[in-house]
Design a protein around this ligand. Structure first.
Ligand SMILES: [Zn+2]
Length: 139
């Protein structure tokens, strides 16, 4: 048996008009530990799983008030802030969030990813079966 066993995945599909966000899910590990608010996001090919995360904030140089990294003005004192001050990753994208929970071992990451994608696809198939039939639609 694995050290980490995914014993339950709960999927909540996103509204169809949301192009990027496919759904939310929670994952239970070893019948003992639940992680909520993972996001299933449309990737290139396979869906991407985003771990629960928090927005990164920094302190205003003038008043030390906390602001989101994209804020143009300080929430506390109104000072002008550089909206491009976030650090960027290797691909040049701004790092605006950090993961609160994430797998460290690559095999665990792949395993959890696979279990979530399987559950998502099963939920999607179930949703399609349950969808009401509309008049004039080919079966
Ligand atoms: Zn300030």
């Amino acid at each position: 048996m694995r050290d980490i066993e995914v014993t339950e995945v709960r999927i909540k599909l996103a509204a169809e008009d949301d192009e990027k966000l496919l759904g939310y899910c929670s994952v239970t590990l070893n019948n003992a530990f639940v992680i909520k608010d993972l996001k299933i996001i449309q990737g290139d090919g396979s869906p991407f799983i985003a771990m629960p995360s928090r927005k990164i904030t920094d302190k205003c140089p003038r008043c030390s008030g906390k602001n989101h990294l994209r804020a143009k003005f300080c929430n506390e004192c109104g000072s002008k802030l550089d909206p491009q001050r976030a650090e960027t990753d290797q691909r040049g994208r701004a790092k605006l969030h950090f993961d609160l929970v994430h797998p460290i071992k690559p095999d665990v990451r792949e395993y959890v990813h696979r279990k979530i994608v399987e559950a998502y696809q099963a939920e999607l198939a179930r949703g399609q079966v349950a969808a009401p039939h509309r008049d004039g639609e080919d079966l």
